[in-house]
Design a protein around this ligand. Structure first.
Ligand code: NAD
Length: 260
């Protein structure tokens, strides 16, 4: 029997990067996975990959910063599979490197709603469906969820990632009575297209770029950025009963980048 046999996962940002790798990993380990993303064609592609390997997937195109769309996505999932055991609140965008003085309030809003409000909504609307059986919720924060970004111009992103950490710990405390665990992962630089993907969402905003002072990806362990598949292994661990006594924790996955 596979580790996650019979379990159902709701995964946001599943069309790309970390979310995609995690969806493939959970499916490979027996879970049925609901793939939630803004970009339908990307999650269709992930679904077909999952189905080829003999597992089940569901495409849920949604903007997870919209309360209605998140609530409705859970309704569709429940209609299909009747339960939710695992939630991966992972969708997010990068901040554009911009000093506070030049930061367009619309960009502040966009970053906070895509990264932080989306996390609140993804957790909130899961609760009614998870209360009876318990389960595991995993939030993708960042090594910048516990310290300021080592570069000026990232105030909105940093605020959203630190906010996720506070929210996730409150959620762990509140949901413990339902046997729902809530943990945060803190990736360092991971090889994904997050920066390009972010630009697409922000095409109509003023961009004021300042040079990066501390290039990312300087990780003592492997001298490269992490790979989404390496993060997916951590997601599998936190989703499974192998981590049954872990809740409210933040787990670094950064090749010691945060120690520099
Ligand atoms: P990615 O761009 O490859 O994937 C993010 C996915 O989220 C995309 O498919 C995008 O369409 C989706 N998305 C964004 N906003 C959404 C919304 N409002 N509704 C629905 N879907 C939405 O990026 P990634 O690197 O895999 O990022 C995943 C998470 O990891 C993010 O929260 C990011 O902040 C975090 N993170 C990434 C890194 C890194 O170096 N890549 C480091 C630390 C933390």
């Amino acid at each position: 029997e596979k580790l996650l046999q019979g379990q159902v996962a709701f995964m946001t940002g599943a069309g790309s990067g970390i979310g995609k790798a995690a969806a493939l990993k959970l499916a490979e380990n027996g879970a049925k996975v609901a793939l939630v993303d803004l970009h339908k064609e990307n999650i269709e592609e992930v679904k077909s990959q999952i189905e080829k390997s003999g597992s089940e997937a569901l495409v849920l195109e949604a903007n997870v910063s919209s309360p209605k769309e998140v609530e409705n996505s859970y309704k569709q999932l429940m209609h299909h599979w009747g339960r939710v055991d695992l939630v991966f609140a992972n969708a997010g965008i990068n901040g554009v490197v911009t000093p506070i003085e030049d930061l367009d309030p619309k960009e502040w809003e966009l970053t906070l709603s895509n990264n932080l409000t989306s996390t609140f909504l993804t957790v909130k609307y899961a609760i009614p469906h998870m209360k009876a059986n318990g389960g595991s919720i995993i939030i993708t924060s960042s090594i910048n969820g516990n310290r300021v970004y080592r570069n000026i111009g990232m105030s909105a992103y940093s605020t959203s990632k630190i906010g996720q950490m506070g929210f996730g710990k409150m959620a762990a405390l509140e949901l413990a009575e339902y046997q729902i665990r809530v943990n945060m992962i803190c990736p360092g630089a991971i090889e994904t297209n997050i920066s390009e993907n972010t630009w697409k969402e922000k095409d109509n905003l003023k961009k004021v770029e300042i040079p990066i002072q501390y290039p990312e990806g300087n990780q003592p362990l492997e001298h490269r950025a992490g790979r989404p598949e390496q993060v997916a292994d951590l997601i599998l661990f936190l989703a499974s009963s192998q981590s049954s006594h872990i809740t409210g924790s933040e787990i670094y996955i950064d090749g010691a980048e945060s120690l520099l």
